[in-house]
Design a protein around this ligand. Structure first.
Ligand code: NAI
Ligand code: NA
Length: 395
């Protein structure tokens, strides 16, 4: 079939297998061009199919020659209906990994559930024995608790007071005023239950109690801080509480890993266009201004550049540099004082009329469509493609 983008709000309903494949190949080429990283050799990536998780899987496999197991939640294709992009990404990743002689298998299902945890543990036992690294990169709006069956929904709300600021519809470029009511009732608890650290700890506890973690094991999860511009709705909002919880969980996990000389880390990453971040109000406007400034300064990075630098210069450096809260910072270029001062100035000037000039709306849009395999260089979109693609190592 000929596949074209079909958008509804901040999501795209279709995705292109060839475009997704090309994205993965480009990321692999980037990692190869940067040379070998002396990193983990047996790696489990939870949330492995898109964004930072996919970049982490690619960096592990093609930077360190690691065997990887990827867990994700993606929609398979059916006749006339393309899969979700993470499906095609994973198919392309495994095809390339197998070509390179690397072990790569995947599990598609709800990572929060006991069933998927058990299936993953069984696969590790059967194929790898033990693992030396877990990358935890889930971004989900919902979670069903595996023990109680309670269903939690995360919300993106400020805490204490209404939030009012500019936002952009990145499809039309129209800037408008958005107003978000503060969290109520169980909003905070629910968001922490979905995006906080409980599930990360459950994974590590389960793996540890089955003896599947090697001596010197490490695990890493991803967080975000961002500027004061987005603070009320992000870091000091409901999602920020979940990130506080995730960051605190790193210490709890580290304690439990002491007998193995293991450690848990949180890395604070840069704001980037992913399916998760496009859904957050205000963030797309911030990102389009940030991209403009960072590209002008020659310090713009995408997920793959971020993770490559995280592994090379932080995680596998002789001594892992952390901030006063024990976090790895790879958002250092985003948070540079000159970059933030410039973004804050542009923010004040941003209107529907000025944005095309002062912001990188084009870059935002391209990155957004790229997530779904569209607007990718070297792909012929007039070509008939088969939407039915298999993931070679899918269990
Ligand atoms: P993403 O939406 O690209 O990736 C989410 C991944 O989680 C996908 O592989 C998806 O299949 C998987 N997933 C979602 N629900 C699942 C479930 N129930 N079971 C199994 N897999 C499931 O998101 P992104 O942006 O890469 O986010 C990953 C982490 O990075 C999150 O913790 C996010 O907060 C963090 N982060 C994101 C930033 C951004 O600007 N995008 C900045 C800094 C941190
Ligand atoms: Na991810």
């Amino acid at each position: 079939m000929i596949i074209e983008p079909r958008t509804r709000g901040f999501i795209c309903l279709t995705s292109h297998p060839k475009g997704c494949e090309q994205n993965v190949i480009d990321q692999i080429e980037y990692i190869k061009s940067k040379g070998a990283i002396d990193g983990a050799k047996k790696v489990l990536v939870i949330g492995a199919s898109t964004g930072f998780g996919l970049a982490s899987r690619i960096t592990s496999a093609f930077g360190s020659g690691a065997s990887t197991i990827g867990v994700f939640f993606e929609k398979p294709p059916s006749e006339g209906r393309p899969a979700s992009p993470g499906w095609y990404n994973s198919a392309a990743f495994e095809k390339e990994a197998h070509k390179a002689g690397l072990y790569a298998k995947s599990i598609n299902g709800d990572a929060f559930s006991n069933e998927i945890k058990k299936q993953t543990l069984d696969l590790i036992k059967a194929d790898l024995g033990q693992i030396d690294m877990v990358i935890y990169s889930l971004a989900s709006p919902v979670r069903t608790h595996p023990d109680t069956g309670a269903k939690y929904k995360s919300v993106l709300k400020p805490i204490g007071a209404k939030f009012q600021n500019k936002t952009v519809d990145f499809h039309t470029g129209v800037i408008s005023e958005v107003s978000i009511e503060p969290a109520q009732g169980d909003d905070i608890e629910n968001t922490v239950a979905v995006m906080g650290g409980e599930d990360w700890k459950m994974w590590i506890d389960d793996l540890k109690s089955e003896g599947l973690l090697s001596e010197g094991f490490t695990t890493i999860a991803y967080s975000y801080i961002g500027p004061s511009l987005t603070e009320a709705v992000y870091r000091k909002g409901t999602i920020g509480r979940a990130k506080d919880d995730l960051e605190a969980t790193a210490f709890t996990i580290s304690d439990s890993l002491k007998p193995l000389n293991g450690k848990a880390y949180v890395s604070v990453n840069k704001a980037l266009v992913t399916q998760a971040s496009s859904a957050i109000p205000v963030i797309p406007l911030y990102i389009s201004l940030l991209y403009k400034v960072m590209k002008e300064e020659g310090i713009h990075e995408g997920c793959i550049e971020q993770i490559q630098r995280l592994f090379q210069d932080r995680l596998y450096a002789d001594k892992i540099p952390t901030d006063d809260k024990g976090r790895i910072r790879i958002d250092d270029w985003e948070m540079r004082a000159d970059v933030q001062a410039r973004v804050a100035e542009l923010w004040k000037e941003a209107t529907t009329e000025t944005l095309p000039k002062i912001g990188d709306l084009k870059g935002y849009e391209k990155d957004f469509f790229n997530l779904f395999g569209f607007m990718v260089e070297g792909v012929d979109y007039d070509e008939d493609v088969n939407e039915i693609v298999e993931i070679p190592g899918l269990q």
